[in-house]
Design a protein around this ligand. Structure first.
Ligand code: SF4
Length: 196
């Protein structure tokens, strides 16, 4: 990684966070995210670049020793489960989740910051967060049969704010905004588990 990347990443995070807060605020009728809901931390791969993990490590280093030990023991257990796993994609509970709360919240990676909003994928198709299927975000306007946000369902809600998708895919935030616009070097990409 280039020098001063962490300082530049903090500036980038500040801008991204401001934008994301606006997006979440504008979509508040559809958002059920609240403190203590940790569904998005219980089952995933959690992609994380080298730069993001270097920042997360600062949050980890600031934790008390007991919490650090707990996280390390979780990582060992998850790695044991991974070794026995025979499928294609190994999903796991994030080791930083302690008592239903993120122990490194201010240092969490981008994927955790954007989760909950619909976004455009590489083919410009709208993707929704999986919590739609758990009766949470956007479930009032999501047509389960057609797998899409429904205008009819939206009209029945009577909400003034329509449901929207945003350019918050990792590819967009890392490549377009981070690398091309701000010159950041995100380094290698792995999962949170593989960095530990
Ligand atoms: S880093 Fe924090 S927010 Fe992200 S998945 Fe882990 S516990 Fe959840």
């Amino acid at each position: 990684m280039k020098e001063n990347q962490l300082e530049d990443y903090c500036v980038y995070l500040h801008l991204i966070t401001k934008k994301l807060n606006q997006y979440f605020q504008s979509q508040s009728p559809y958002i059920f995210c609240k403190e203590g809901c940790s569904k998005c931390c219980r089952h995933g791969e959690y992609p994380c670049s080298e730069l993001e993990f270097s920042f997360l490590r600062i949050g980890y280093a600031a934790l008390d020793l007991q919490t650090q030990k707990l996280i390390v023991s979780k990582v060992l257990k998850i790695n044991e489960e991974k070794q026995k796993f025979k499928g294609d994609v190994f999903n796991y509970e994030c080791p930083f989740l302690i008592n239903d709360r993120c122990s490194v919240y201010n240092y969490r990676p981008l994927i955790c910051r954007t989760f909950g909003l619909p976004y455009y994928d590489e083919e410009n198709k709208i993707k929704v967060p999986f919590c739609v299927y758990e009766g949470l975000n956007y479930n009032q306007v999501y047509d389960m049969e057609n797998h899409s946000i429904s205008v009819d369902m939206y009209q029945k809600t009577g909400y003034a704010q329509e449901p929207l998708a945003f350019n918050v895919s990792l590819k967009f935030l890392i490549t377009k905004v981070g690398k091309e616009t701000m010159g950041l070097d995100f380094g290698e990409e792995k999962t949170i588990l593989d960095w530990m």
